[in-house]
Design a protein around this ligand. Structure first.
Ligand code: BES
Ligand code: MN
Ligand code: ZN
Length: 479
């Protein structure tokens, strides 16, 4: 999908040839003398259109308008959230094989955040997964023209958004791929491909190197599968070497069956998305290469499968993590925290300013926050506030959760330094407490994206979250 920003009034919009024209109208709209103004005025007067989100009117071959289809859509006061909703439903309404060129225009001056939201929403609604289809649907929208009364003012915000879209789509693509098309080795290939872009380097460790590092927790999870593990290390260098990097760690379980503590069959296919954290890290690097900000970022992806087999770890097994702490694995399905614990220890070598891990870690987080906000855990007030703010301004929301030490009580065991599960209560928090035990040497935050990284049901598919949040956070750290 190709996006272009253009200075455009409603008269220009009416003259532009396209397959579909979306006109966004907010509550301070003042009609001019052009055709679209007349249409809007008539529709509003007749009550066929309201300036509310979710209210729209679709027209076909309208006289005086070059666009084949026209959607008049209300955006209330024109907030980013309202524009996002309106554009998703307008694009969905006109999405058809013949619709290749789309024009989106604002009837009155929007905020920069609203322009960004329109772009993100058009990309989201226009996205089609094709990689494992024999005949791609051919539904792809190829060109999107965003028309504004004063385009030049929005250039910087627009370019940032285009980079975010590339990152989000890269994350979606890899998260959507089935586990047999996105093995740890293939994921490493995707990271290596990113290293062809400017300022990005990639290093991939295999079973031998990881054994040498004594990543006993990561190895324990991977040992039940024939598919060899990969530990992916990405570097983005946009600032001087002296500047401490931000480390992003993405959980990269390319499939999580639960292992010996096997999951029920229903919806187990969705555990191909258990590498969404990893995919979001890849997506962020894709966007960084586009924007080249003056920062340093390290991406770490521990990637493997969690399967039952003759070599699998068993409930009760005790393993030694890279940190030296021993872990009793009471439930082999609590594998994410095991692979992350070794990645957190590995992160120490970069003397990071901050470490953020991103993981589809617990079903409990999905129960707590649903699909609207990701769970945010951090012992660092400044970091928590910055991530929260980045979520709000990118419309990729998160919500802070507690980390009181009392939540770690249940992780105590007679047989190791720590157990990998506590009881059912507060499951997202006890998982975060487990991770915190490996994150003592740097400011740390954990994003549990179990509820937000993908959608189930008819709209099943990756969302690309939290790429937008992370990118917003990273760009704000520029000096
Ligand atoms: N990948 C899952 C978490 C998950 C489950 C995300 C369902 C989204 C939907 C994780 O590895 C897991 O299985 N966690 C267990 C932890 C439990 C055994 C303490 C869970 O949430 O059930
Ligand atoms: Mn699991
Ligand atoms: Zn998992």
């Amino acid at each position: 999908m190709n996006f272009e920003l253009k200075t455009f009034d409603l008269a220009d919009a009416a003259r532009e040839k396209c397959d579909a024209l979306i006109v966004l109208v907010n509550d301070v709209f003042k009609p001019g003398k052009d055709v679209l103004s007349t249409l809007l005025t008539q529709a509003l007067k007749a009550g066929d259109l309201e300036i509310k989100v979710g209210k729209s009117l679709v027209l076909y071959h309208t006289s005086g308008v070059a666009g084949v289809r026209v959607v008049l859509a209300g955006i209330a006061a024109g907030s980013a959230k309202d524009v996002h909703k309106a554009v998703v439903s307008a694009v969905t309404a006109v999405k058809a094989p013949k619709v290749k060129k789309l024009v989106i225009c604002f009837a009155s001056l929007p905020e920069a955040a609203a322009v960004c939201a329109a772009v993100i929403a058009a990309a989201e609604a226009g996205y089609v997964y094709t990689t494992t289809k024999s005949k791609p649907d051919g539904q792809l929208i190829q060109q999107v023209l965003v028309g504004l009364p004063n385009a030049s003012k929005f250039k910087t915000a627009f370019d940032r958004t285009l980079a975010a879209v590339l990152g989000i789509e890269y994350a979606k693509e890899w998260a959507n791929r089935p586990a047999n098309h996105a093995t740890p080795s293939l994921l490493a290939g995707a990271a290596r491909a990113l290293a062809k872009l400017p300022s990005i380097k990639c290093e991939v460790l295999g079973p031998k190197e990881v054994a040498k590092l004594a990543m006993g927790a990561f190895i324990a999870v991977a040992q039940g599968s024939e598919e060899p593990l990969r530990f992916i290390v990405l570097h983005y260098n946009g600032a001087s070497k002296a500047q401490a990097p931000t480390v992003l760690i993405g959980k990269g379980l390319t499939f999580d069956s639960g292992g010996i503590s096997i999951k029920p069959a229903a919806e187990m296919d969705e555990m191909k998305f258990d590498m969404s954290g990893a995919a979001s890290v890849l997506g962020v690097f894709r966007a960084l290469a586009e924007l080249h900000p003056a920062i340093n970022v390290v991406g770490l992806i521990p990637s493997c499968e969690n399967l039952p087999g003759g070599r699998s770890i068993k409930p009760g097994d005790v393993v030694t993590s890279m940190s030296g702490q021993t872990i009793e694995i009471l439930n082999t399905d609590a594998e994410g925290r095991l692979v992350l614990s070794d990645a957190l220890t590995y992160a120490e070598r970069f003397k990071p300013r901050v470490v953020i891990d991103i993981a589809t870690l617990t079903g409990a987080c999905m129960i707590a926050l649903g699909g609207v906000r990701s769970g945010l855990f951090s012992s660092d007030e400044t970091l928590a506030a910055s991530l929260m703010a980045a979520g709000e301004s990118s419309s990729d929301l998160c919500w802070r959760m507690p980390l009181d030490d009392e939540y770690a009580e249940g992780l105590k065991t007679n047989f190791a330094d720590v157990a990998n599960v506590a009881g059912r209560a507060g499951g997202a928090i006890t998982a975060a407490k487990f991770l915190q035990g490996f994150a003592g040497k740097f400011p740390w935050a954990h994003l549990d994206v179990a509820g937000t990284a993908w959608k189930s049901g008819l709209a099943k598919g990756a969302t690309g979250r939290p790429v937008a949040l992370l990118l917003q956070y990273l760009l704000a750290t520029q000096k």
